[in-house]
Design a protein around this ligand. Structure first.
Ligand SMILES: Cc1cc2nc3c(=O)[nH]c(=O)nc-3n(C[C@H](O)[C@H](O)[C@H](O)COP(=O)(O)OP(=O)(O)OC[C@H]3O[C@@H](n4cnc5c(N)ncnc54)[C@H](O)[C@@H]3O)c2cc1C
Length: 461
């Protein structure tokens, strides 16, 4: 029931993945909700993140198929990339989803307010002089691209991912600063479109948060695709040249290209929004929460990229749902962030869930874990697709599977099964007894579990 003194049960600031998921679920549970968004409903993921980047990567895949048709006996040739056409396709996908989402919010009777909001009390947000009171406030203002001094984006030669998604041409050459998920996805798409790409990563390997062997597979394939990279090398400076940029690395190496993409991470949007004044605890700009997404202020929760949990849209969805359900009095359990599926949509894809080998060794002890690395060379469907890679499993001695790490074309779709295995704490023998369709890439998941259960079929062991 609403308190008669408050207009809404829930005031949500920010209409991205975290905020709108919370709004939809709360409304479904009978709560009155106001959702405040200053830009576009759907936020980063829909307009500047997940969806447009995956559309670009898919267009890149089509280009690669056209270029490589000969390998399959199909006479095709890539005539070129019409970036206007690619952007029309990408924007079409975004706008259809945007329309659908707007309809959904409307149908759930959520009050949608367009405008920039500011937290003015533990129970109120103000927008253009108008105050929205609630029994509870959810902060979901998300994140924006970050950069370090000396690499400031200008939107012309030095770009963030926001600028890169609006580019009306295929650059001839790009230096990608940052070899994390966003950096390697752009590198992969641009290479498919024909650009010369060089990645600079300060840590010793690309996608450094992933299993080490996954990085090795990716690096091997990127080398074959002609994507250059400098790992373990720090950026020093960038200067404009007549027709592009010159980047100097700390080891003295100089690189030239038409553009530089800054993909060194994303920072929280929390400054100047009243969080400090109301006493919301923060660390490095991220709002601090407990396992139930509750801040130190009892009437305020926070979700999504604004809090220091993995920056994925599906994490935002789940955190938003958790808050809505908690406030509705349902039983909720804190999220196991290791159980969150992680996909990098480059060619090849990387997909993982659970612990890395290093983390599992630390948690269970080196002698208590078993590792199986099943090469996709033994998988019929992967041979048909001409993709290389692996399904790697980490299991605990006499215990469940605690990590799944996959590399190869389309392995992102295999992660649905892998995340069930991890989150349901399945034992290798249990998964080994399940049948996978033949020929499919999912068979590689089955084969790896057969091997981990001590009875490999199409593998030596
Ligand atoms: C290039 C790129 C690719 C990505 N790819 C993937 C992917 O494939 N899969 C995946 O899971 N994740 C991906 N992500 C990450 C994903 O987009 C984010 O994790 C997700 O959008 C976070 O949701 P959020 O609701 O926390 O924040 P956001 O989506 O950033 O939403 C926050 C919203 O709050 C609004 N806002 C901010 N301040 C105010 C204010 N004062 N008043 C009103 N409104 C305000 C903003 O306008 C914004 O709409 C990608 C991100 C990028 C940049």
């Amino acid at each position: 029931m609403s308190d008669p003194n408050t207009a809404f049960d829930l005031v949500i600031l920010g209409g991205g993945s975290g905020g709108y998921a919370c709004a939809l679920r709360a409304a479904q549970l009978g709560k009155s909700v106001v959702l405040i968004e200053k830009d576009k409903l759907g936020g980063t993921c829909l307009h500047r993140g997940c969806i447009p980047t995956k559309a670009l990567l898919h267009a890149g895949e089509v280009a690669d198929s056209a270029r490589e048709g000969e390998q399959f006996g199909v006479k095709t040739a890539l005539e070129g990339i019409d970036m206007t056409g690619v952007n029309a396709y990408k924007d079409g996908v975004v706008s259809r989803l945007y329309k659908g989402l707007q309809g959904l919010v409307k149908s759930r009777k959520i009050t949608y307010v367009e405008g920039s909001g500011r937290l003015v009390s533990p129970t109120a947000v103000e927008v253009d002089g108008r105050r929205y009171e609630g029994q509870h406030v959810v902060l979901a203002t998300g994140s924006v691209p970050k950069w370090f001094p000396g690499m400031e984006p200008d939107g012309n030669r030095v770009l963030t991912s926001d600028h890169a998604l609006a580019l009306d041409r295929v650059p001839t050459s790009v230096i990608v600063l940052g070899g994390g998920v966003i950096g390697v996805e752009f590198a992969s798409a641009w290479r498919s479109f024909g650009a010369e790409v060089t990645i600079v990563e300060a840590l010793p390997r690309l996608v450094p948060a992933e299993e080490e062997s996954s990085s090795k597979h990716l690096e091997r394939r990127f080398r074959k695709r002609g994507i250059a990279f400098h790992t373990g090398t720090k950026f020093s400076s960038v200067e404009h040249t007549e027709d592009g940029v010159r980047v100097t690395l700390e080891n003295g190496t100089q690189l030239e290209a038409e553009l530089m993409l800054v993909a060194v991470g994303r920072g929280p949007v929390s400054e100047g929004l009243g969080y400090d004044e109301v006493g919301v605890a923060m660390e490095r700009g991220f709002v601090t929460v407990d396992g139930y997404m509750q801040t130190n202020v009892p009437t305020i929760s926070a979700v999504g990229d604004l809090v220091p949990t993995p920056q994925f849209a599906h994490v935002g969805f789940q955190e938003g749902i958790l808050v809505a359900e908690r406030l509705a009095g349902l039983d909720v359990v804190p999220i196991d962030y290791y159980g969150v599926p992680r996909i990098t949509y480059s060619e090849p894809e990387i997909a993982s869930v659970g612990l890395t080998t290093a983390q599992a060794k630390e948690k269970y002890g080196e002698d208590k874990i078993k590792v199986v690395d099943y090469d996709l060379a033994g998988n019929g469907k992967s041979q048909i697709l001409k993709t290389a890679g692996a399904v790697k499993l980490i299991g605990v001695e006499d215990g469940p599977v605690v990590g799944v790490h996959m590399v190869g074309a389309r392995v992102g779709e295999l992660l649905a099964e892998a995340q069930l295995i991890y989150n349901w704490e399945a034992f290798p023998a249990e998964v080994a007894s399940l049948i996978h369709g033949h020929p499919s890439q999912s068979e590689a998941v089955g084969e790896a579990h057969l091997a981990l259960a001590g009875k490999p079929l199409h593998a030596h062991g």
